[in-house]
Design a protein around this ligand. Structure first.
Ligand SMILES: *[C@@H]1O[C@H](CO)[C@@H](O)[C@H](O)[C@H]1NC(C)=O
Ligand SMILES: *[C@@H]1O[C@H](CO)[C@@H](O)[C@H](O)[C@H]1NC(C)=O
Ligand SMILES: *[C@@H]1O[C@H](CO)[C@@H](O)[C@H](O)[C@H]1NC(C)=O
Ligand SMILES: *[C@@H]1O[C@H](CO)[C@@H](O)[C@H](O)[C@H]1NC(C)=O
Ligand SMILES: *[C@@H]1O[C@H](CO)[C@@H](O)[C@H](O)[C@H]1NC(C)=O
Ligand SMILES: *[C@@H]1O[C@H](CO)[C@@H](O)[C@H](O)[C@H]1NC(C)=O
Ligand SMILES: *[C@@H]1O[C@H](CO)[C@@H](O)[C@H](O)[C@H]1NC(C)=O
Ligand SMILES: *[C@@H]1O[C@H](CO)[C@@H](O)[C@H](O)[C@H]1NC(C)=O
Ligand SMILES: *[C@@H]1O[C@H](CO)[C@@H](O)[C@H](O)[C@H]1NC(C)=O
Ligand SMILES: *[C@@H]1O[C@H](CO)[C@@H](O)[C@H](O)[C@H]1NC(C)=O
Ligand SMILES: *[C@@H]1O[C@H](CO)[C@@H](O)[C@H](O)[C@H]1NC(C)=O
Ligand SMILES: *[C@@H]1O[C@H](CO)[C@@H](O)[C@H](O)[C@H]1NC(C)=O
Length: 738
């Protein structure tokens, strides 16, 4: 039998060794590759991106390239550090980790001018908030969409008289071509800074050595140029395709509204039914997506109005008041008055039960929490008061307000010069349509007292809401802060004024807003939404809407948002009644006598925890519950499911009304009349850090890899060629025998 082939080949033993070795290298490579991936990428979990928004003519916000932007991290803590990023650093592009206090217009302009060296920006929160103030909004918010224009009240247009938000630097309305993220968690910021210190600091100012710590930000935006462009594109597509590719969505949500006395919502009011409107706004924004604490710019005012609604509902002769009162909380006002412009539009079109002609007086709450003294300023519109009859009505309105204020010594209502324009307010949208008599109450006589208007720093601290450290969360909920007391006084004045405007006789001294209600609402909206009271007033399927932190008040594209629901249900709790309807009846009360969905809204809410709950638990659980009771005064139930709660049917007039800009209803995407704001869609938003090797090392790695590939191909070829020699199958004994 011929033995292993020609003399030229190596002996089979060494071939076997090689085979084993290459297999080993292959396996090792696979495993190593995996662990490298796991070791070097650290995802950042608590970040907020800046996203692209579009209006009729512009795009604003930020975006990354489609595969994310990567740069070597450089920490900029003082302005001198910028030099490295902008000119000196040898490894551009850089990902700048910017200290919050440097997030100013001046610095941003410098960065914007050098986009070739800047891959992106990660901004860390400054604590405490910058003392000089910070507002990324513009100085004249919603300019052009209020009542004043070059054609009407030109002397007031473009905030010529008063630059309401004088600290506004306009950054939130700029377009950036690189991604910008907010680092919300100090611990993550520390991780990044540590990575930077370990790898990116050169010895004695020389260039640092590879590998370097880098960051990659993904926030690619699908929509470009303007709302007109992206909506037109979607609409053309939708005529040809059943599955059109949508790249932007209108900002929209729901207004919350209720009536003091129920009205038939299936029809409209008679022209001589008079209604007093109390209005405020629900939303705010900041530079970053879905970060909108809005403590002063929204929360304090709508909380005050909620408390006033409760106080008024408790007035003794509500049912006999000659005029009705409507409470309305507008959504999307930040973006060129989406909510109020829609309500006015619906009223004009007869699609809302209340018509413009029914409105007798309009009282709006502007920013009210930062009163520096006792004063609360009454802003009115000079243009409509050129008509004498309107002026007299406004005069009456102010007198009524002043009278209501006299019973509350801590609030002094003050008039302003009749030639001062209104601050940005929903009332302006109503005045565009009709000269109604209205007033805007605010803590400022001219420029905003709010130094953090529409910024990430407009938090509980901004309006002095804080709690003694030793209290538990549930105790905080009921702890009456000074801010709550002050706002309750404002709510009392508002409620009494509304009572009198509605024709109430002389019982107005009995109307009192409850500081306890105000403090609970402030706690829920600014500190911790997931508290026992909010849980008890919500529907069970909405309980996930309560996060452990404060609520954010950005008008989103997926609505209703958390704030909208919570305000609606809080309003229902504060102004509604608990009924004894069953769950089924609550969902469909049409067969129950004396109940009507035309007049009321019915909601099956979770209700408070059942305090008898431990007695009903199975035995084993009961004993541990007792044990727990011995250790802590209030055992927390394992899950808040219905068996442990006392659900109930609440009947109220608190309803939602669509807040989508009429521009989209009318397909007028370049409208100058209505808000046209849309939000771009995106696929992937994330951030991560990792170590990068130098370009040379990457090249060498590639070359080595390529070399190995060529080598292994060669080896495989040889093995293949000599396969008959290398892999001799041992002959089967049976085969030999025949
Ligand atoms: C983010 O979460 C992942 C997984 O939980 C963790 O490995 C990573 O370290 C976190 N990132 C930071 C910066 O802490
Ligand atoms: C769109 O927004 C930009 C940036 O804020 C602004 O300059 C422009 O006037 C806006 N366009 C319209 C039609 O409102
Ligand atoms: C940061 O880490 C410290 C210590 O690990 C911890 O006590 C603190 O709660 C963390 N802070 C945040 C915001 O997670
Ligand atoms: C840095 O500079 C100091 C003094 O100038 C010197 O003593 C030290 O050796 C330098 N370190 C390196 C790594 O060059
Ligand atoms: C409400 O109005 C509609 C239509 O006008 C009417 O059919 C309905 O009976 C009214 N409901 C109540 C409770 O009055
Ligand atoms: C908030 O608290 C600070 C310090 O306690 C005080 O100086 C300031 O006047 C307070 N502001 C308001 C609006 O109450
Ligand atoms: C003033 O307003 C009233 C309605 O409020 C209107 O009837 C009247 O015609 C107006 N007067 C002038 C001079 O415009
Ligand atoms: C409001 O009154 C002013 C001055 O009388 C008038 O010029 C304007 O057209 C009126 N506005 C509306 C919407 O009627
Ligand atoms: C809002 O509700 C969603 C659930 O719908 C929840 O995941 C999110 O955490 C809530 N946001 C806040 C700020 O509570
Ligand atoms: C409102 O909530 C409180 C506390 O949970 C509860 O006692 C009260 O009955 C509720 N009122 C209504 C009308 O739901
Ligand atoms: C709690 O238990 C007491 C006595 O067992 C009973 O009288 C009361 O009605 C129960 N309350 C509820 C809400 O079940
Ligand atoms: C309540 O919890 C029990 C057991 O934990 C579960 O069987 C039941 O389905 C839950 N009910 C609801 C409405 O979630």
């Amino acid at each position: 039998m011929a033995t292993a082939g020609g003399g030229s080949g190596p002996d089979p033993g060494s071939w076997g060794l090689l085979r084993l070795l290459s297999l080993y290298v292959l396996l090792a490579g696979l495993c190593w590759g995996n662990s490298v991936e796991r070791k070097i990428y650290i995802p950042l979990n608590k970040t907020a991106p800046c996203v692209r928004l579009l209006n009729a003519t512009h795009q604003i916000g930020c975006q990354s390239s489609i595969s994310g932007d990567t740069g070597v991290i450089h920490v900029v803590e003082k302005e001198e550090d910028l030099k490295w990023v902008l000119t000196d650093g040898p490894n551009p592009p850089y990902m700048v980790l910017l200290e919050g206090k440097l997030f100013t217009r001046e610095v941003m302009e410098k960065l914007k001018g050098r986009t070739s060296r800047i891959a992106g920006l990660a901004v860390s929160l400054t604590k405490p908030s910058p003392t000089a103030g910070f507002s990324p909004s513009v100085q004249c918010p919603n300019d052009g969409f209020g009542v004043y224009s070059d054609l009407y009240g030109a002397e007031f247009a473009h905030c010529r008289e008063v630059s309401w938000n004088s600290l506004g630097n306009g950054l939130a309305y700029e377009d950036f071509s690189f991604p910008i993220f907010l680092l919300e968690d100090e611990n993550e910021t520390k991780v990044i800074k540590q990575c930077y210190q370990d790898h990116n600091l050169g010895q004695n100012g020389s260039a640092p050595a590879f590998p370097l710590c880098a960051m990659q930000l993904f926030s690619h935006m699908h929509a470009v140029v303007s709302t007109a462009t992206c909506m037109r594109r979607s609409s053309i597509q939708s005529t040809f395709s059943i599955n059109p590719e949508v790249v932007c969505d209108p900002l929209s949500d729901y207004n919350v509204w209720s009536m003091l006395k129920p009205i038939n919502t299936s029809g409209t009011l008679e022209p001589d039914d008079k209604v007093v409107v109390a209005a405020t706004r629900l939303d705010s924004r900041s530079f970053f997506w879905n970060v909108a604490p809005g403590a002063e710019s929204a929360v304090a005012s709508f909380v005050t109005q909620l408390a006033a609604a409760e106080a008024l509902q408790k007035a003794p002769d509500v049912a006999t008041l000659p005029r009705n009162v409507m409470f309305v909380f507008f959504q999307g006002e930040t973006f060129d008055y989406i909510g109020s412009s829609r309500m006015v539009y619906d009223m004009e079109k007869g699609k809302f039960p209340v018509q413009l002609e029914n409105i007798d007086a309009f009282v709006e709450l502007g920013q009210v929490a930062l009163r520096t003294s006792l004063e609360l300023w009454m802003h009115t519109d000079p243009m409509s008061q050129k008509n004498e009859s309107v002026r007299n009505q406004v005069e009456d309105l102010l007198t009524t307000l002043e009278k209501s204020g006299t019973g509350v010594p801590t609030v002094v209502l003050r008039r302003l010069s009749q030639s001062q324009a209104l601050p940005p307010s929903s009332l302006q949208r109503f005045l565009r349509a009709r000269n109604i008599s209205g007033v805007v109450l605010a803590d400022h006589s001219d420029v905003f007292h709010n130094r953090y208007y529409q910024s990430i720093y407009d938090t509980a601290e901004n309006i002095n809401v804080s709690y003694p450290e030793w209290l538990s969360p549930e105790e905080d909920l009921d702890f009456v802060t000074d801010t709550a007391k002050a706002l309750a006084d404002v709510a009392t004045v508002l409620a009494r004024a509304l009572y009198q405007l509605a024709g109430g006789a002389n019982l107005s001294d009995t109307v009192h807003a409850d500081p306890q209600t105000v403090t609970r609402l402030l706690y829920g909206f600014l500190i911790r939404a997931n508290n026992s009271w909010f849980q008890s007033v919500l529907r069970q399927d909405l309980r996930a809407y309560l996060g452990d932190g404060p609520l954010q008040h950005y008008t989103a594209v997926s609505s209703p948002t958390n704030t909208t629901y919570v305000v609606q249900y809080a309003l229902a709790n504060l102004t509604g009644q608990v009924t004894d309807l069953t769950r089924e009846q609550c969902q469909d009360p049409s067969h129950v006598p004396n109940e009507s969905k035309d007049l009321y809204e019915y909601s099956w809410v979770q209700g408070p925890l059942n305090s008898n709950e431990t007695e009903r638990l199975p035995r084993g659980v009961r004993s541990t519950a007792r044990l727990a009771r011995g250790l802590s005064p209030a055992p927390v139930p394992l899950n808040s499911n219905e068996t442990e709660r006392l659900p109930r049917c609440v009947r109220s007039t608190a309803r939602l009304a669509r807040a989508l800009s009429p521009a989209f209803e009318l397909s007028q995407w370049s409208s100058k009349e209505y808000s046209t704001w849309t939000e771009s869609r995106w696929k992937d938003i994330r951030a991560r850090i990792f170590l990068v090797a130098s370009k040379e090392l990457e090249f060498i790695t590639l070359m080595v890899g390529f070399g190995i590939l060529v080598f292994s191909l060669a080896v495989t070829y040889c093995i293949n060629a000599k396969a008959d020699v290398l892999f001799i199958a041992p002959r089967e004994p049976g085969a030999v025998s025949y």
